[in-house]
Design a protein around this ligand. Structure first.
Ligand SMILES: [Zn+2]
Ligand SMILES: [Zn+2]
Length: 130
């Protein structure tokens, strides 16, 4: 994907998934890649380090609850978990697409895209070009 197309993809994603633009949580707050705890879903939330995980997915944040954050960051942890609960179920696809748009990942698996019934036209067109 060309730098121009990646810029277009970022614009399209910002419009349909405005939560991707958050700075302290979400794909811009963690390194691109799978959750440090389960290795399955993408990283979504940074943790402050009581566990050995730098970035965790929504499912792991649910499972860890307050234990994912130290006492000093309990409020931030709760705010991050609340934020994650409000995301659409295809958050993992959106996060992965965001990393493609920033150039941190090369591509997204077709299997993943098929889970989103109504990927916006602007996004779909850019991806179809390879
Ligand atoms: Zn996880
Ligand atoms: Zn902390």
């Amino acid at each position: 994907m060309s730098p121009e197309d990646r810029a277009r993809l970022r614009t399209a994603l910002r419009e349909v998934e405005p939560w991707l633009t958050a700075a302290d949580v979400g794909p811009q707050a963690v390194d691109a890649g799978p959750c440090d705890r389960c290795g399955d879903l993408p990283r979504l939330l940074p943790t402050c380090g009581p566990g050995p995980w730098a970035g965790i997915c929504r499912d792991c944040a649910r499972r860890l609850g307050p234990e994912g954050w130290c006492e000093g960051h309990a409020a931030e942890g709760r705010a991050a978990r609340d934020w994650a609960e409000d995301l659409p179920d295809h958050w993992d696809v959106a996060v992965t697409l965001w990393w493609v748009a920033t150039g941190e990942l090369r591509s997204v698996e077709p299997r993943m895209l098929r889970r989103v019934a109504s990927l916006p036209r602007a996004v779909r067109d850019l991806l179809d070009q390879g």
